[in-house]
Design a protein around this ligand. Structure first.
Ligand code: EPU
Length: 283
């Protein structure tokens, strides 16, 4: 089953098995089977922040979908939502409900589960501080519920990467609908001006080194617009590699190596990947 159509970059080979569980029973069964037979599994959410190798991945790719993972409910300032809910939909509903807090995520692609596991966010705020609890399954197929006190979030990461998150409880704040939607619109237009949101990419390729911006360093190394096969360092933001059509994962990764080498040579800074590589490996 080809994974490319399920990624924002639009690149990548096949999964050995692709499973789209539609309820908790399906998901638990798939995980138990993987556990029993020693089959590695991975979760594919919105497919952003991800580069799948051209040769694909061994094992099981789980893609939870359907109402069991796509519901959205509200009670006061608490929103409970399935992990497969798209961030854009969550933000629209929170705005309609007059709930503030998620504005900083405006314009970020992907789905809620991946956003929480990867603590999605940026200059305008991260999702982690809004998370009041998480439900999911362990790799053994056991259901778990984690309260806020059991969660920890860092720069684009959390302690949830070994779980399959199925639902998230968020604690938002009462707000004024027009003000919330105005702030979201401002953030989206600021993002649009500085990031290639209309092109196919995996988001920022490298993490920002302490006290510096990876994009600025790659830009100063003169690499904006550098092309390799179908992949190109974005001329809008140098920490994005865009698929200009027909790019392979090989093109994207080679271009990332070119950028990393140039930054190392010119500024003596070692860039680290922010995107996930499937299969997991060094650049
Ligand atoms: N800059 C350049 N050239 C470039 C890109 C940036 O000179 O090609 C400069 C900008 O002018 C600015 C500075 O570098 O002075 C910082 O740039 P920006 O504000 O775009 O932020 P960033 O540090 O590059 C981070 C996150 C983004 C997030 C934005 C906005 C990382 C690696 N990047 O980018 O996250 O959207 O802040 O909050 O943490 C992502 O995680 O995939 C991602 C894109």
């Amino acid at each position: 089953m080809p994974l490319a159509p399920h990624t924002t970059l639009g690149i990548g080979g096949e999964a050995e098995w692709l499973c789209t569980p539609v309820d908790h029973g399906d998901l638990a069964l798939a995980l138990r089977l993987c556990h029993r037979h020693g089959v590695p599994w991975r979760v594919l959410g919105g497919g952003s922040n991800l580069v799948v190798a051209d040769e694909g991945v061994r094992g099981m790719v789980l893609m939870p979908r359907g109402v069991c993972f796509g519901y959205l409910t509200v009670s006061g300032v608490r929103v409970v939502a399935g992990a497969a809910v798209k961030l854009a939909r969550l933000l629209r509903r929170a705005t309609d409900w007059g709930l503030a807090g998620l504005e900083g995520l405006a314009g970020i692609p992907g789905r809620l589960g991946g956003a929480v596991v990867g603590n999605a966010g940026g200059r305008w705020g991260d999702i982690g501080p809004l998370v009041a609890g998480v439900a999911g399954f362990t790799g053994e197929g056991e259901r778990v519920k984690l309260p806020r006190a059991a969660l920890s979030f860092g720069y684009r990461g959390s302690n949830l990467s070994e779980l399959v998150v199925t639902a998230v409880e968020l604690e938002l704040r009462p707000g004024v609908k027009d003000k919330i939607s105005g702030q979201m619109a401002d953030i989206i237009s600021e993002r649009r001006a500085g990031q290639p949101l209309k092109e196919r990419s995996a988001g920022c390729i490298f993490r920002n080194p302490t006290g510096a911006s990876a994009g600025e360093l790659i830009d100063r190394a003169g690499l904006k617009g550098r092309r390799l096969g179908g992949a190109e360092v974005s001329s809008l933001h140098a920490n994005f590699i865009v698929n200009r059509g027909g790019a392979t994962a090989g093109d994207v990764l080679e271009l990332a190596r070119v950028a990393r080498r140039a930054v190392q040579e010119q500024f003596d800074v070692a860039l680290e990947l922010e995107v996930q590589l499937w299969p997991e490996r060094e650049l």
